[in-house]
Design a protein around this ligand. Sequence first.
Ligand SMILES: Nc1ncnc2c1ncn2[C@@H]1O[C@H](COP(=O)(O)OP(=O)(O)O)[C@@H](O)[C@H]1O
Ligand SMILES: [Mg+2]
Length: 236
Amino acid sequence: MSAIAVHCQNLVKIYATGNQKVTALNGINLDIAQGELMMLVGPSGCGKTTLISVIAGILDQDDGVCELFGQNILKMRSAEKLKFRAQNIGFVFQAFNLLPALNAMENVSVPLIINGVRRQTAERQAAAVLEQVGLGERRKSLPAELSGGQQQRVAIARALVHSPRLIVCDEPTSALDHESGRNVMTLLKDVALHKDRTLVIVTHDARIFEFADRMAKMDDGHIVNVSGSKPLHEAL
Ligand SMILES: Nc1ncnc2c1ncn2[C@@H]1O[C@H](COP(=O)(O)OP(=O)(O)O)[C@@H](O)[C@H]1O
Ligand SMILES: [Mg+2]
């Protein structure tokens, strides 16, 4: 029996720029089970990136509660929060956010190094995950020497390498062709199914919808509909 991995209750996030206010999250309620692959869809600007940033502890909400594996990260001290995030969360940014001076293997090693793994061991594990995303041969390449799709796969490898319990991805197949997109999704799905990891994936890519256990549709800061083959009470 699995537990709730992500619990969002009445989440509100308001951005204030100058004297303008944008309500990016307007009362989000969502529970995601451990081992579940949840997709988040909705029009541009509806709050998807904001929601996953709050879930991953990158952004603080203005109201409401977000718990990960029963823990409220907003209440943690900053050092404790950094450690919790480093151990438990893998994040694939929409813009990849690779470190330009580090090669692919070094970029993928970073989460392991942060968690205290020795450099040599970290690089060996990083090379193995790069192999899984089809980039074994390119492990010594710098981000600038890689195509957008290859950089995206490095970013995905970096989110997986430290075996986090929660993997959050912002448009992880946006730069990938059909076949690479399916390969990456097969890998992510396998991690959810066989390793009981939880995945939250923002996407516009209808070609990968079939990989979802459930799909939450957002609009204007709200979740308007949650659908899928597995209702949460069955996933639990
Ligand atoms: N840093 C920011 N400052 C001000 N407004 C922002 C910021 N980030 C996002 N927004 C606004 O919040 C809303 C939701 O944005 P976002 O979460 O990025 O949506 P999505 O990922 O679904 O496209 C949009 O109206 C966007 O313009
Ligand atoms: Mg976005």
